[in-house]
Design a protein around this ligand. Structure first.
Ligand SMILES: Cc1ncc(COP(=O)(O)O)c(C=O)c1O
Length: 399
């Protein structure tokens, strides 16, 4: 069978692959510590589960409006007004099967063949693949660890040409944990306005921010940004609801209508029961306390992980300000070897660590950088301690 050229260059998600491999090895009886997870290890709160069960019992099990039920759109509008400071009408919001589908819908509706999309690197694994699937060309903008992996407005200028259509901003960031400040975003917004660039602002980790940092959205950086920004968010990470598949996006009516029309022919409405559960997640008064507890736990794990890593010779990392990932710098291990096998890049580091010490991490190459591996601290403190003990041992035996 000959598959289409559209899918010929698409590779499977490397982060999901690492997680699947670790789970498979565990099933086979290996004592694996998995640092690959891209989802909170907490259970979905009970009040959310109850809302789903009520909706089933009440027969809320049929098609809904394609872009989401009106009461959920209203709740999202309120939620986004709190997080971004911008107010959206129902016609400016869409609910999809996860933030991922919002991103796909948006890129599909915005890009013509050959249009360029600027993606700060390291990047979330799906951005380049989604851009390519939608006919666009990813253009990577390097960021530096010394600058907290944050995009500098001046590094954008020379990459923009008449084919550049979109810039993706992801704050808090996966995989680096960076959080952009209001000032950072103002500088970037200025260029977007001057050079007529559309912004997709992926804010899925918006509530997972530490040390009193505050989330800022680029849509609020200038009055002219609302019409050129699509804000993407969802319930997956904030409410430990990754499997429920509800994400949402807010932006210009025209773009939202096109995304909704596209969705009407591809997947129709997102799951009716999950929509009711998400409505409860966004509205229930318990939500603030639940989020605060999760943030507190993540923050304690993050501090422990960062302290431990920075005490291991040849390894280092910065203190991430958001999300639940640490980018561990492994460059000093390159050229070292174990049993005749030499570490040459992030993949060989990750492979040897998994094979010999049964610890799963995601190689940086998946995010566009070789000098790092990504560790997720969405796992128990017990696992984190055990996993870091093993990493320390692994690095200590390298010659
Ligand atoms: C940066 C980023 N955006 C979007 C998503 C997708 O979220 P969802 O589960 O809502 O599709 C993820 C999930 O890993 C992510 O890390």
């Amino acid at each position: 069978m000959k598959l289409s050229e559209k899918v010929a260059g698409i590779s499977p998600s490397p982060t999901l692959a690492v997680d699947a491999k670790a789970k498979q090895m565990k099933k086979e009886g290996h004592d694996i510590i998995g640092f690959g997870a891209g989802e909170p290890d907490f259970d979905t709160p009970d009040y959310i589960k109850s809302a789903a069960m009520t909706s089933i019992n009440q027969g809320f099990t049929k098609y809904t409006p394609v872009g989401g039920i009106p009461e959920l759109l209203d709740a999202i509008s309120k939620y986004l007004e709190e997080s971004t400071g911008i107010s959206y009408k129902q016609s400016q919001i869409i609910v999809s099967n996860g933030a991922k589908q919002c991103l796909f819908n948006a890129l599909y509706c915005l890009l013509d063949p050959g249009d360029k999309v600027l993606i700060p690197s390291p990047y979330w694994v799906s951005y380049p693949e989604l851009v390519k699937l939608c006919g666009g060309e990813p253009v990577f903008v390097e960021t530096r660890e010394e600058e907290d992996f944050k995009l500098k407005a001046e590094s954008l200028e020379h990459l923009i040409d008449n084919k550049t259509k979109v810039l993706i901003i992801n704050s808090p960031n996966n995989p680096t944990g960076s959080v952009y400040s209001k000032e950072d975003l103002k500088e970037i917004a200025k260029i977007a306005i001057e050079r007529d660039i559309f912004i997709i602002s992926d804010e899925i980790y918006e509530k997972l921010i530490y040390d009193g940092e505050k989330h800022s959205s680029i849509v609020a950086a200038d009055d002219r940004m609302k019409e050129r920004t699509l804000v993407v968010n969802g319930v997956s990470k904030t409410f430990a609801m990754t499997g429920w598949r509800i994400g949402f996006a807010a932006g210009h009516d025209k773009l939202i209508k096109a995304m909704t029309d596209l969705q009407s022919h591809s997947t129709s409405n997102p799951n009716s029961i999950a929509q009711k559960a998400s409505l409860e997640a966004l509205k229930n008064p318990e939500r603030c306390e639940t989020i605060a507890k999760m943030v507190e736990e993540f923050s304690a794990r993050r501090t422990y992980m960062v302290d431990r890593i920075n005490k291991i010779p040849d390894l280092s990392c910065r203190l991430p300000k958001g999300a639940f990932y640490v980018m561990m710098n492994i460059k000093a291990t390159f050229g070292k070897q174990l049993n005749g096998k030499i570490i040459t890049d992030s993949s060989s580091f990750a492979e040897m660590l998994l094979e010999k010490y049964k610890v799963a991490v995601v190689p940086g190459v998946a995010f566009g950088t070789e000098d790092y591996v990504r560790l997720s601290y969405a796992t128990s403190m017990e696992n984190i301690i055990k996993g870091l003990d093993r990493i320390q041992e692994f690095v200590s035996v390298l010659k």
